[in-house]
Design a protein around this ligand. Structure first.
Ligand SMILES: NC(=O)c1ccc[n+]([C@@H]2O[C@H](COP(=O)([O-])OP(=O)(O)OC[C@H]3O[C@@H](n4cnc5c(N)ncnc54)[C@H](OP(=O)(O)O)[C@@H]3O)[C@@H](O)[C@H]2O)c1
Length: 439
């Protein structure tokens, strides 16, 4: 039996999942690849750390060069995370002519340009299915299943932590802080959850989805990002009354041949929208393509075994490529690292978008405040579709909830800024966009 030797960088959550799948599904993998995939060395930071999986004597090392410089190792699987050491090690692996599999979205979102280019120069693959939506094979679906179609729009729930928090707040009436604590206790959120709830993690994944869907690298700083931190249980309860649920969505759309708009923000979805039914830490990606129309990919977006499956399937793909190459075939040219050249674009700004909005203004109990808010909205051309005022018992202030008609981003932002300049405004205003009407 032929054998392909791999080196794994990192034996945390995902690393342990990969080793378990390689061990427990070894026979299936051997049959499907027609070769044995052998883990030769595994790099860790601390040999004495407790592991989720037992490893044979001598497998673990703290010496990166023992993995990266081993001539027998053909594939490096980067699972240490972060963007500094991981970048150096991926560069070293590629320079040594080794193929790379990674689940590191931050690394690719920030340094993808140079890493994909390097992979191309040295004729190696750089695969990353585990980096987006964990175990859901959405990148494979776009790369292979939709290869003959033209993707127009992607709209997804790609951060399980944010979805878990919003879902707990909606279904159990929890406050934001309590829902985040539950997510941490359940292992869905990091001790510092800011990358997740702030939307940055979703933006990284969206950039990778756009790369494969549109063949363009979008500058990260041109992605509009708004987290879920300011959404309160009150807003979700009102949304529920109105027949909506709030989800944090990552949306990429083709505005014109060379113009893409990428954004991550909370959205009010009608209760019967297909993404409104995505609960807990699950992920779902809705793809709209010219010929197929809508298709949806749903499943567990993170975790040891789901992400382990995605990474191991990438390892199998690379193994097949290596075997084909050894057999004298040319390396296939359908992976991101092989799609050349990829243009970089700056994402279109939000200004030209139009939405209806939910706005909750927190105001002091003073006379005339309702009139002031309504006058400001009118002055900015924001029409009011619905309005309601609550005076929660014991609260020192009132909540004005306004549902606007469809209005431009610029007008809505200017109106809120002016409302918030008033002395009667006691807390930050919450504004959530409704999903555009064509959705
Ligand atoms: N967890 C998920 O569900 C998930 C889902 C999708 C993608 N990902 C991505 O997968 C990657 C790995 O995530 P994870 O959750 O498995 O991380 P993790 O549990 O923190 O594990 C990281 C591993 O890397 C090792 N490591 C870190 N820095 C190192 C360094 N400089 N040199 C040597 N070893 C180092 C650590 O060694 P020690 O154990 O000795 O400290 C640890 O074994 C990340 O890029 C993450 O974004 C994770």
């Amino acid at each position: 039996m032929r054998s392909i030797k791999i080196g794994v960088l990192g034996l945390g959550n995902v690393g342990a999942g990969v080793l378990r799948i390689l061990r427990e599904h070894a026979q299936t993998l051997e049959q499907r690849v027609s070769a044995r995939i052998e883990v030769k060395r595994v790099l860790v930071r601390d040999l004495s750390s407790r592991r989720e999986i037992e490893t044979p004597e001598g497998l673990l090392t703290t010496d990166a060069s023992a993995v990266l410089q081993d001539p027998e190792i053909a594939v490096i699987v980067e699972l240490i995370g972060g963007t500094t050491a991981a970048k150096e090690m991926v560069e070293q692996a590629l320079s040594a002519g080794k193929h790379v599999v990674t689940a590191n979205k931050a690394l690719l979102a920030e340094h993808g340009e140079e890493l994909f280019q390097r992979a191309q120069e040295v004729g190696c693959e750089l695969l990353f299915e585990g980096a987006v939506a964990g175990g859901i094979p959405v990148l494979r679906a776009i790369r292979h299943g939709l290869a003959s179609d033209r993707v127009q729009r992607i709209c997804g729930i790609v951060n399980g932590t944010s979805n878990y928090v919003l879902d707990k707040m909606t279904r159990e009436g929890l406050g934001y802080a309590e829902a985040v604590s539950k997510a941490q206790a359940a292992g869905y959120a990091e001790a510092d959850p800011s990358l997740d709830v702030g939307g940055v993690d979703a933006a990284h994944k969206l950039a990778l989805l756009a790369l494969l869907s549109f063949g363009k690298r979008v500058a990260l700083d041109s992605i509009f990002v708004e987290g879920i931190e300011s959404v309160r249980d009150y807003d979700l309860a009102v949304a529920k009354d109105l027949g909506y649920v709030v989800r944090s969505l990552a949306i990429a759309s083709r505005e014109a041949e060379d113009a893409l708009r990428l954004r991550v923000h909370p959205v009010l979805l009608p209760r019967d929208h297909v993404l409104a039914g995505v609960h807990g830490a699950y992920n779902a990606v809705l793809v709209e393509s010219e010929a197929l129309g809508r298709s949806m990919y749903y499943g567990q977006g993170a975790g040891m075994m789901p992400t382990g499956v995605a990474v191991t399937s990438d390892i199998m793909d690379v193994a097949r490529t290596i075997l084909a190459h050894r057999a004298g075939e040319t390396i296939k040219e359908d992976d991101a690292s092989q799609v050349s050249p990829l243009a970089s674009v700056v994402g279109s700004p939000m200004d030209s978008l139009e939405h209806a909005n939910y706005v909750c203004v927190h105001v002091a109990h003073v006379s005339g405040v309702l009139g002031r808010v309504a006058t400001i909205l009118g002055a900015h051309g924001v029409s009011i579709a619905k309005m309601r005022q609550d005076h929660p018992e014991g609260a020192s202030h009132a909540r004005l909830v306004i549902v606007t008609e469809v209005v431009s981003e610029a007008a809505m932002a200017a109106a809120i800024a002016e409302i918030e300049r008033g002395d009667d405004c006691v807390e930050p205003t919450v504004r959530i966009r409704f999903m555009e009407s064509e959705d």
